[in-house]
Every structure is written in structure tokens, then in C-alpha cells.
Design a protein around this ligand. Structure first.
Ligand SMILES: Cc1cc2nc3c(=O)[nH]c(=O)nc-3n(C[C@H](O)[C@H](O)[C@H](O)COP(=O)(O)OP(=O)(O)OC[C@H]3O[C@@H](n4cnc5c(N)ncnc54)[C@H](O)[C@@H]3O)c2cc1C
Length: 402
């Protein structure tokens, strides 16, 4: 067993953990990020990078590195409801300079951030290190232990290990929130030869499909009820093509149901995000649904809010030893105070969207062809809706600045 010592030990190298690690290390705070996998390459991660995150990347001076990674900026997004294409989101209505959402495979984003972190001597990222639990003394968390038996002593332990957080469990915390009755079936197909306009989602009475363009293929999601299962791959393909007829030429790429991964959708939140010596952020504090693809953004915003209050405490006049435990606890409490409300507001919207999407009611919003009244409503409502959705998706509530 080896014992390491650091100021902040972060469990989880997802967007929340890597971003916080980078921000702390940049300020000279010694930080260890422990990621249980050997690399960042995992398919289940979302791909969206929001204008608020791009603004932060600009502020960190990482724009050139970011632009060097292939990604797909989307200034506008459509939804196809009952066969009617609607320009639903217009990011060009946002304030400059970043008036787009961009799609970058999350592993590329994390690699880029980790690379930026590695330029700071106090940034230590260990891949293949799985946190098994926390250590405590007199009611205060003092560090973590890994499954390989290593111990890390830290002034502060941050749980950024996602929706099934081990650290959160070890802290004795249980997230609260009614179950969402939707799951996501995650699959990929080659891009159809006839290009698809950038489309957020497709809804019909048969269901809802999301299509995310990745450089060489489309990452797709079919929303299903939690109790809904397909017996054959043909039944699955039929359902997808019913919703998105334009995927018919490529859907055979889903060769068997093994190519379809079920992802458990959750929306929940911790009543308390911190304990003396420990803080939960990102999905570990509040699991976000994939609806509107805001989970990464919210994880990053938590990291920025945390860095802003932790840095002055952990580095008063350059000496970590001066940081009083009480000041550290007050900083953790401040993170929850700052981030809880914007998170709750977004989760409330996601819940409503799930009701609309899960019950198929969204497809009943527009007839094909639309009635005269529907056309009038669309003409009047859409210009406002486009701006509002762009703001909510692009920035969420209470965007953070460095
Ligand atoms: C199907 C699906 C699609 C989604 N699509 C999008 C999208 O397009 N855009 C979007 O913004 N959001 C999306 N989300 C939500 C988004 O993925 C999360 O909200 C976001 O990734 C949360 O970031 P995080 O850093 O808190 O946690 P995570 O991204 O879950 O990262 C946690 C990290 O901790 C590691 N870890 C776990 N346990 C341990 C341990 N014991 N020790 C060490 N490491 C550990 C994990 O390997 C992981 O790397 C989607 C969610 C789902 C379910």
C-alpha cells in the first residue's frame, strides 16, 4: 500500500473532475484526479460543448487547442415533429463571440483538458485508479482509498464520480428525486449518403429519436419507457425507421440487439452536497437527464463555482497549511448554495420535457399538414422559442465565469 498526500483529491475524471482539477492546478493548488478507467474513451458520454463552456475555454487560453480537435459547430438545430421540420433552436441569437453549440466527442474534450492540466506541476491525473471509499477522522473526511489499496490523504475530497458515485455512497448520501419513466437506447449508424440537416430530434406518434453527428457516424438515441423492450433487432429497426424514415438506408448497421445499449436515465439531487472534508459536484450531486444535453455544461459550471470559492481558501498567500477547516467547509457550503437552484430549475424543465416526450404528446402538437391555427401559432411562437431555447440550452441558469 502506498500513501500519497495532496490538497484536493478528486474522484472521477469526467467533465466535472477534470475541469476542477485543471482550475485548481492552474492556481497552484496540488490536486490529484483519480479516474477508474484507463482512458476517456467511452461511448455513453454526451458530446455537446455549450457556448458557456467554450467561453470558459477561451478564458483559459485554450481556444487554439480546442479548435485543433475536430468538432462540429452548430449555429442552429431543427426538430422534426410528425414529419414537419421546425427550426427550433437558434444559437446565433446569443451574445458573441460563441454563438453555437458544438459537438466534440467527450473523450477528445477530456484529453484536451487533461493535456492542459498536465502543463501545471501541481496537476496529477491517475488513470486506472478506482476509488473504493473514504477515510475519516473525528467526523471529518481525510482522504480516499483505492481498490488497489493505495491511500490518498487530502484536505478536501471531491466526489465527481458521476451518477453512480462511490464516494457519495461512502459519505452516506442518497440522492432524492422521483424516477423518470424513460430510458435511452443508444446506437450508431453510418451517416446517410444524402446529408441530414442538423437535427436535434425526431418525434412522431411512434416515439422520439435523437441524432448526434459525430465525425464518421451518427450517434443515435431512441427514447423508450423503462419497461419497454424489443424482442428482435428487426422490431427495433422498424421503430427507428418509423420515426426517422431517412435512416432506412443505414439502419441495417445495427446488426443485433447487442449493438443497442440501454442507458438508465435519472434525474435526482442530493439534499446536501458536502460534509466536513468532502464535496459532491456534477452528476454525483445531481444526475441530469440527457434532455437538452446540458449535463456536461452543468458539471463544468459546478467545477468553476467550486474553484472560485476553494482557491482563495486553499491558497491563502500561497500556503495550503493556512486553510482552516471551517473556511473549507464554508466554501463547500457556498458551492451548494450557488449551484443548487440553477440545477433544480433545469431539472424541473427536464422532467416536464420527459412527460411530453415519453407520452408521445409532443407528436400531437402539430398535424401533418399543420392546421391554419397551428401555422399561425408556430409563426408567432417560434422566433421567441428559438431564442429562449438557445439561452436555456447554451447557458443554463446562472452561468459561471472564471
Ligand atoms: C445517454 C446519455 C446521454 C447524454 N448526453 C449528453 C449530452 O449530449 N450532453 C450533455 O451535456 N450531457 C449529456 N448527458 C449527461 C452527461 O453525460 C452528464 O451529466 C455529465 O457527463 C456529468 O459529468 P460528471 O463529470 O459529473 O460525471 P461523468 O461524466 O459521469 O464522469 C464521472 C467519471 O468518474 C469515473 N468514476 C466513476 N466511479 C469512479 C470511482 N469509483 N473512482 C474513480 N473514478 C470513477 C467515471 O469513469 C467517469 O469518467 C447524457 C447522459 C446520458 C445518460
Amino acid at each position: 500500500m502506498t500513501t500519497h498526500r495532496t490538497d484536493v483529491c478528486i474522484a472521477g475524471g469526467g467533465p466535472a473532475g477534470v475541469f476542477l482539477g485543471l482550475l485548481l492546478a492552474r492556481a497552484g493548488v496540488d490536486v490529484m484526479v483519480l479516474e477508474k478507467h484507463d482512458d476517456f474513451f467511452r461511448d455513453f458520454r454526451g458530446d455537446t460543448v455549450h457556448p458557456s463552456t467554450v467561453n470558459l475555454i477561451d478564458a483559459l487560453g485554450l481556444r487554439a487547442a480546442f479548435d485543433a480537435v475536430p468538432h462540429e459547430p452548430l449555429p442552429q438545430l431543427d426538430a422534426v415533429i410528425n414529419g414537419i421540420r421546425i427550426h427550433l433552436v437558434d444559437f446565433t441569437t446569443l451574445p458573441p463571440p460563441n454563438r453555437f453549440i458544438t459537438l466534440m466527442p467527450q473523450w477528445d474534450l477530456l484529453d484536451m483538458l487533461a493535456e492542459a492540466g498536465s502543463r501545471h506541476p501541481s496537476f496529477h491525473l491517475t488513470m486506472g485508479a478506482e476509488v473504493a471509499g473514504v477515510t475519516e477522522r473525528d467526523g471529518r473526511v481525510t482522504g480516499v482509498v483505492t481498490t488497489s489499496g493505495d491511500a490518498i490523504e487530502a484536505r478536501l475530497v471531491v466526489a465527481a464520480d458521476g451518477r453512480t458515485s462511490t464516494v457519495r455512497d461512502a459519505l452516506g448520501f442518497t440522492p432524492e428525486g422521483a424516477q423518470v419513466d424513460t430510458d435511452v437506447l443508444w446506437f450508431r449508424v453510418p451517416r446517410p449518403e444524402r446529408p441530414l440537416p442538423d437535427t436535434l430530434g425526431w418525434a412522431s406518434t411512434a416515439g422520439v429519436v435523437i441524432t448526434i453527428p459525430r465525425p464518421e457516424y451518427l450517434q443515435c438515441a431512441l427514447l423508450v419507457r423503462k419497461d419497454e423492450h424489443f424482442d428482435t433487432v428487426e422490431a427495433f429497426r422498424d421503430r427507428v425507421v418509423q420515426i426517422v424514415p431517412r435512416l432506412a438506408p443505414v439502419i441495417e448497421a445495427v446488426a443485433s440487439l447487442d449493438d443497442v445499449k440501454r442507458l438508465n436515465v435519472q434525474i435526482n439531487r442530493l439534499p446536501r452536497w458536502w460534509r466536513p472534508g468532502a464535496l459532491c459536484i456534477g452528476d454525483a450531486a445531481h444526475a441530469m437527464s440527457p434532455v437538452f444535453g446540458v449535463g456536461i455544461n452543468y458539471a463544468v459550471q459546478d467545477a468553476v463555482a467550486a474553484a472560485r470559492v476553494l482557491i482563495p481558501v486553499l491558497r491563502p498567500r500561497g500556503s495550503v497549511k493556512d486553510a482552516a477547516d471551517e473556511a473549507l467547509d464554508a466554501a463547500c457550503e457556498a458551492v451548494q448554495r450557488r449551484r443548487e437552484r440553477p440545477t433544480a430549475m433545469m431539472q424541473a424543465i427536464q422532467r416536464r420535457a420527459h412527460v411530453l416526450l415519453g407520452t408521445g404528446r409532443v407528436a400531437q402538437l402539430i398535424d401533418n399538414p399543420p392546421t391554419r391555427a397551428q401555422r399561425t401559432v408556430l409563426r408567432l411562437a417560434l422566433p421567441v422559442l428559438r431564442r429562449v431555447v438557445a439561452q436555456v440550452v447554451g447557458y443554463g441558469f446562472r452561468p459561471e465565469r472564471l
